[in-house]
Write a protein that binds this ligand. Structure first.
Ligand code: NIG
Ligand code: FE
Length: 408
């Protein structure tokens, strides 16, 4: 705020480059996914939390009134990154499990033995709502430092009424986009998945639907079957929620056809998706979300990203930030993996982690681009070329982050 109480204007001047996904469409597919507009020697003007103008320095007209200035020399501006798939509402860690996996145990074995997700459920249930808020705040701070200005977070480590609802409220309170992952695992107090779903749909959904924007399910061997997922998702859709699925992570168990049948917003993971799934997804409106850190950490094959993009699928990238399979909040690292493991171009990776991720969250009209009228969320890279975002693997590329026109 300026002394007069007005929202200050901020001018970022003399940027080496300013980059944004081209056009105004969402989601971007095919060729358009890799089309970005790059302005050299650029400025970015933020006004009242939104982008007022972008362009070349030589076209910048004199501004009257109060304007704060930020020196962009040697920096590149890109849209604030959008993480459309995280599990940021958890307490405790699974570093012990990380060590066991390092010496040979598998993720599915640990899960079947009551570790994995259920170990985090125990810690999360014990935290209380203030503890959950503190955890989400800490994780948001990590994500922000890595350039994420909008994050989605799932619940799913409560799996009882009180903790699921408290998780969703904590996510909203800390500025996240809440997804009810009511079908993440079957908690120990239930005999089987069907008995748990009876409870979740009768006792948790009515209130969860008033807080969350979407619902998600882990459709996988050892978690929920396609039939159980359908029952859960149909009930959630009837309660007004958008639909997401964790699918084809280890096995193809029907997630892609179910996502298309139910007009889901996305199906995420896709490490095990085969040629029929690729065609089905590419011909649909469902976004395929790649989570390459989970594949890397668990030593799984990478998803068939190049084939999906070439077939015309709408795709996005996300971290899957969670304490088990992807303890990583960095979308720049995800972009590095996209370019080195998924065979996407830097421009495709940028669009997939900005405008297309925003589309999954139904916010592509407001975030994901550096263009007039969009929210003034931006990342300033300490780099002479915007492609350092993916090129500098694990590097400290993010220098400054702007959220709604203010240095965050
Ligand atoms: O997306 N696949 C299930 N859920 C998470 C992992 C959660 C955990 O291990 O705690 C995932 O990878
Ligand atoms: Fe996940």
């Amino acid at each position: 705020m300026s002394p007069s109480g007005e929202l200050a204007r901020l001018l970022v001047r003399d940027l080496a480059q300013l980059v944004s996904p081209a056009g105004t469409d969402a989601p971007l597919r095919g060729h358009a996914l890799g089309e970005v507009a790059v302005v050299e020697d650029a400025y970015l003007l933020c006004e009242e939390g939104r982008i007022g103008a972008v362009g070349r320095m030589r076209d910048l007209r004199p501004l009257d009134g109060e304007v704060e200035e930020l020196d962009g020399r040697g920096l590149c501006a890109l849209p604030g990154l959008v993480d459309c798939h995280t599990h940021a509402c958890f307490v405790g860690d699974r570093v012990q499990e990380f060590e066991l996996r390092a010496i040979g145990a598998s993720y599915e074995e640990l899960h079947a033995a009551g570790g994995g997700i259920l170990a985090t459920v125990e810690a999360t249930r014990a935290a209380g709502e203030d503890g959950l808020r503190a955890a989400v705040r800490r994780h948001d701070d990590w994500m922000l430092r890595a350039g994420t200005t909008t994050f989605e977070s799932k619940s799913g480590y409560g799996l009882d009424r009180e903790t699921e609802l408290a998780s969703l409220r904590a996510i909203v309170a800390e500025g996240g986009v809440p997804t009810w992952l009511g079908a993440h695992a079957v908690p120990p107090e239930f005999e089987d998945a069907d008995a748990y779903l009876d409870f979740a749909l009768a006792e948790v959904l009515p209130e969860a639907a008033g807080v969350a924007e979407a619902a998600d399910v882990f459709l996988e061997r050892g978690a929920f079957t396609a039939e159980q997922a359908r029952r859960y998702l149909v009930a959630c859709r009837d309660a007004g929620l958008g639909l997401r699925l964790h699918g084809d992570q280890f096995t193809e168990a029907g997630a892609v056809p179910l996502a298309v049948e139910l007009d889901a917003r996305s199906v995420d993971h896709l490490e095990a998706t085969g040629s029929e799934g690729i065609r089905t997804l590419a011909d649909s409106e469902v976004v395929g979300v790649f989570l390459p850190v989970a594949a890397l950490v668990l030593g799984r094959p990478m998803p068939p990203a190049r084939a999906l993009v070439d077939a015309g699928a709408a795709v996005a990238l996300a971290t899957d930030f969670n304490p088990g399979s992807a303890f990583c909040e960095s979308l720049p690292l995800v972009c590095s993996l996209a370019c080195t493991q998924l065979r996407l171009s830097p421009a495709e990776a940028l669009s997939a982690s900005t405008v297309n991720a925003a589309h999954v969250l139904r916010r592509a009209d407001r975030i994901g681009r550096l263009a007039p009228g969009y929210r003034a969320d931006a990342v300033l890279l300490d780099a002479p070329d915007w492609r350092y975002l993916a090129y500098h693997v694990g590097g400290q590329v993010v220098k400054t982050v702007l959220r709604e026109g203010r240095v965050a």
